[in-house]
Design a protein around this ligand. Sequence first.
Ligand code: CU
Length: 152
Amino acid sequence: MRRLAVPAAALTGTLALALAGCGGSGDTKARLSVGSSYMPQPVSADMAAGFLTITNEGGTKDELTSVTSDIAGEVTMHDTVGGAMQEVTSLAVPAHGQLVFKSGGNHLMFEKLKRKPRRGDTVTLKLRFANSGPVTVEMPVRSATYNPSTGH
Ligand code: CU
């Protein structure tokens, strides 16, 4: 036991130093970027799903608090727990981490569609955050069966 205590203490010291370095000036804000966005062409005329990845290169977490779009009366955020989706009012974007929306996990639901998105269209979204300014996303509409891991 006493032999283990020494390296554990050394590790804690290293971590504390690393964290102090992280919190230094210039790294106290979230720095967000959005990639890998797509909407599968919806089967239904009044509802569509959307996926994207929000990357935070900053040292402070943020929270996605609302999403709006030109084509939908309402955009809601959902997560998936045990195979069942549920609406949530916000989703965390961790410091030095990602908030990932993907099929079978977190997703956006576009409701009260004003027009049916078709493959090749681009849908405009506005993401709003607890701390960072809003981010506009041009989301391409892909085929109904598009899978980003295979590219089609
Ligand atoms: Cu849903």
